[in-house]
Design a protein around this ligand. Structure first.
Ligand code: FAD
Length: 490
């Protein structure tokens, strides 16, 4: 992603970009869900869906379903949709219902009923209308991460990026005139010495370049997000039934499990805290939940959750796991990658790299840290709002964590029945996740007071109308499976 975006951005400048990759050190091999932001990557690179989706076993994603996070009656599963202009009116009804319910009035406020995405997912539809609509729907993708990596690598090479297959063994630093340490060379195990003006660290959790710089600092999120490990498996098989256009993030005993449907297989992974369940027990639970036989291999992973303080430090930029990672609950990592590169490309002048770099990197790092903070608040909200009491893990995930201050304030505002959208705006908490996403999370988990007795008839009638409107619109969309077949056939 970095090589492609920068090659495109700097295509008319005298800049040479090289990609160094080790054959011995594999990529992490997971990361198959995205946010709608990824659409703009392909748009920027002029890559149509008909080209990359069939090549990467990709499917559409209309949103995420969250079963099992809440024990509140009527709210034991909810859907976080990507929004479409079709949702404008029913969405407004949802906010109003949720606001009434916050104030103890009887109202139906499960997000699933009010947005088109869950209806489309459930019916096995792609978010592609049969006849053009005067607007585009927001949607994301699922894909085979390995295939997408290969696809993007081939594109980058075609765009003129040079490629070295080499394992870097040592990072050579030197001191600039005013005392700043910078990276000068990368020494490979074969004895080569690669030099450059600027380096992008995409080495994964090891932060192989950034961590060599003297001011390297990692800000851990482990006190807020307990999960630090995952176990993943893939079930082959091109199902013949409905191909649902959704990720399922289902709560298990000591964490949660993703279910990501691709065209030819389904990926599953259990994200958990190893302080509460051993890797062996997690694997056993994952196998039992998915029905995966013993001959399907599992991959065990450790996660370093947090971020570096300086993503751009001296002449190095961290991108991807090397800059930080917030656990994959909302599939935000590639969004952070893309955002980081795009912001960097706006701030950095490759022809005159030293010009104003100090102040530019300070502003840049603030922006990226704010983005991480926004994702952290939203992801942490899921754990804080969980109402499970079946294991120590779920109680600790709610009661034993450090809650980010802004999240505490948001929750207090919601609970007091005050102007929630206004508060989100004021706290700039709607910059990363819109107020619709926050409403879906809080209402979806059933964060409401006891309902005073009252007449529910009006709310029930509204629900009936909303369901028939959204349900009726489903027929206007393409079948997910059929559409992907047509896309592959060209
Ligand atoms: C459990 C889990 C689930 C995830 N789910 C999602 C998701 O649903 N959505 C999402 O957006 N993201 C997800 N992610 C994150 C996603 O996997 C990563 O953001 C993405 O794959 C990018 O990884 P990376 O390139 O930073 O690191 P890696 O994939 O680890 O790649 C590191 C690269 O650096 C090279 N390298 C390392 N050291 C050297 C060296 N010394 N010399 C030369 N080369 C070297 C390696 O060869 C490799 O190519 C998930 C992550 C985890 C852990």
């Amino acid at each position: 992603m970095a090589a492609n975006l920068l090659a495109r951005k700097w295509q008319d400048l005298p800049v040479k970009i090289s990609l160094v990759e080790s054959r011995e050190i594999a990529t992490i091999g997971v990361g198959e869900g995205s946010t709608p932001y990824l659409k703009s990557l392909f748009r920027t690179l002029d890559i149509p869906e008909s080209e990359w989706m069939p090549a990467c076993d990709a499917t559409y994603k209309c949103g995420i379903r969250f079963p099992g996070w809440s024990a509140v009656e009527g709210y034991t599963s909810y859907y976080h949709p990507f929004f479409s202009p079709l949702d404008r009116e029913t969405g407004a009804e949802f906010f109003s219902q949720a606001d009434q319910r916050r104030c103890g009035k009887p109202a139906e406020a499960l997000p699933d009923d009010f947005f088109h995405a869950p209806y489309l997912s459930q019916a096995g539809m792609a978010p592609i209308p049969r006849r053009p609509l005067p607007f585009e729907l927001d949607y994301a993708y699922h894909f085979d991460a390995g295939l997408l990596g290969k696809f993007l690598k081939a594109r980058a090479l075609k765009a003129g990026v040079e490629y070295y297959e080499a394992t870097v063994e040592k990072v050579g630093l030197s001191e600039r005139a005013h005392g700043e340490m910078v990276i000068e060379t990368l020494k490979t195990v074969n004895g080569e010495c690669l030099s450059a003006d600027f380096f992008i660290d995409c080495t994964g959790f090891r932060s192989g370049l950034l961590s060599e710089l003297p001011n390297y600092e990692f800000v851990s999120y482990e006190e807020t997000l307990l999960n630090n490990a995952a176990v993943a498996l893939q079930m082959p098989g091109e199902g013949h039934g409905l191909l649902k256009s959704e990720t399922i993030s289902e709560a298990l005993t000591n964490g949660w499990m993703w279910n990501i449907p691709l065209q030819s297989r389904t990926g599953f992974g259990y994200v958990y805290s190893d302080a509460y369940i051993s890797p062996e027990a997690a694997e056993q639970e994952l196998r039992a939940r998915t029905g995966a036989p013993d001959d399907i291999p599992c991959r065990h992973l450790k996660m370093r959750v947090g971020r570096v303080e300086q993503h751009w430090s001296a002449n190095c930029l961290g991108v991807g796991l090397s800059q930080g990672f917030i656990e994959p609950l909302e599939a935000t990592a590639l969004m952070l990658v893309q955002f980081t590169i795009e912001q960097f490309a706006q701030s950095f002048d490759p022809v005159n790299p030293g010009a104003g770099a100090g102040s530019k990197s300070i502003a840049f790092n603030q922006k990226i840290n704010a983005m991480f903070g926004g994702v952290l608040d939203y992801v942490a909200g899921h754990y804080l709002l969980n109402t499970r009491n079946d294991t120590d893990y779920w109680r600790a995930a709610r009661e034993g964590i450090v809650v980010p201050e802004r999240l505490q304030q948001l929750l207090a505002c919601w609970d007091r029945g005050e102007d929630f959208p206004g508060h989100l705006k004021l706290a700039e908490a709607d910059r990363v996740y819109s107020h619709a996403s926050w409403y879906c999370l809080l209402a979806g988990m059933g964060r409401f007071p006891e309902v005073s007795t009252g007449n529910k008839a009006e709310s029930k009638k509204l629900l009936c109308d909303v369901r028939s409107f959204c349900g009726g619109n489903v027929a206007r969309f393409e079948s997910h499976r059929d559409y992907l077949k047509r896309l592959a056939a060209g």
